[in-house]
Design a binder for this molecule. Structure first.
Ligand code: DGY
Length: 325
């Protein structure tokens, strides 16, 4: 079996595959592979380890219908046309669970950094602007006892809720299609509708998947319904917020601050006005970027590949319906 990997991934997973007699080739260049380029490369392979930046759309899948497996090294898979893959009988895997804590840590980091204008203050030092002590300048806001609103309370949202409750005794509200009884029991989280989430959250953190329903849902109208003192955090997908509207909401003071680990587009351009705003903190999609988590994600991708080679169902399938009789 020959596998192509669209990035250099942690070596432990590569060794696991090689020890099982699988040939593993990794893309070495520091640029995304073009769509046609990826199709041409994949013609020579039996399987693919992909990341969220690879466009695995209908035309890719139709051209690469020979692929026996696509193991995405991410929990999100909005870059993949899963319906088409299922129609063509191609199993798709992802890496759920292992990145929940690291991603929640990133959301928490953004929340704290925004609340104390940490990046802006750091940039002031770099610009030589650490002046004299001013008791009323550049003040932040405190988080104790505030309300955390979670949009999409699953595994990552629950970790964020636990962190915020443990650190600041925050009250938790959330907006989901269905109740999350585990989160309700663990944190006392209360389910609310979207309008209530917007109106009552002091910090609103997005942890949902990108779908047709969630695309652009945080737009001008949504920001206008939030508290003027609220902080908006997005560590899920950049397309869930409308970035022009977010910039405008920050300029107008419709919300107090924002922390983004995901932007729209990615990468964010260096002249984006958010980068100069005191209460905005932007990170370059590093939610799961710890040594431990990336190793665990790669190990799961390898498990998915190994299962496919043995002719077994993927242990972490995105389209489990393939295995139903
Ligand atoms: C994911 O797993 O979907 C992340 O965005 C990748 O780090």
């Amino acid at each position: 079996m020959k596998i192509f990997v669209t990035r250099i991934i942690p070596s432990g997973a590569v060794a696991t595959l090689q020890e099982a007699g699988i040939t593993v080739d990794q893309w070495q260049e520091k640029r995304n592979i073009g769509h046609q380029e990826l199709i041409d490369i994949c013609k020579k392979y039996d399987g693919l380890i992909s990341v969220g930046q690879d466009l695995i759309d209908r035309s890719f899948l139709q051209s690469c219908r020979h692929l026996k497996v696509i193991a995405q090294m991410a929990v999100g898979f909005d870059n993949i046309d899963v319906e088409e893959a299922t129609r063509l009988g191609i199993p798709i895997g992802n890496t759920p669970g292992v990145l929940s804590k690291a991603t929640a840590d990133t959301a928490f980091l953004l929340m704290m950094a925004v609340s104390r204008k940490a990046m802006y203050m750091n940039h002031k030092i770099m610009r030589g602007e650490w002046g004299f002590y001013e008791p009323t300048a550049d003040l932040g806001i405190e988080l104790h006892g505030k309300t955390l609103g979670i949009f999409g309370l699953g595994k990552i949202g629950l970790e964020m809720a636990r962190l915020c409750q443990g650190a600041y005794g925050m009250k938790i509200i959330y907006c989901n299609r269905n109740h999350n009884p585990e989160a309700e029991n663990a944190t006392g989280a209360r389910k609310v509708n979207f309008e209530e989430l917007l109106a009552f959250s002091d910090v609103l953190s997005v942890h949902t998947a990108l779908t047709a329903q969630t695309k652009g849902i945080f737009n001008r109208q949504a920001f206008d319904q939030m508290k003027k003192t609220a902080i908006f955090i997005n560590t899920a997908r950049g397309s869930i917020h409308n970035e022009e509207d977010l910039i405008e909401a920050m300029r107008q003071g419709s919300i107090w601050g924002c922390g983004l680990d995901v932007t729209n587009p990615e990468p964010m351009q260096p002249d984006n006005p958010l980068l100069d705003m005191p209460t905005a903190v932007i990170l370059p999609h590093i939610g799961s970027a710890t040594q431990q988590t990336r190793a665990a994600m790669a190990a799961i991708a390898a498990e998915n590949i190994l299962a496919c080679r043995k002719g077994e169902p993927l242990p972490y399938p995105v389209n489990p319906e393939l295995y139903k009789p």
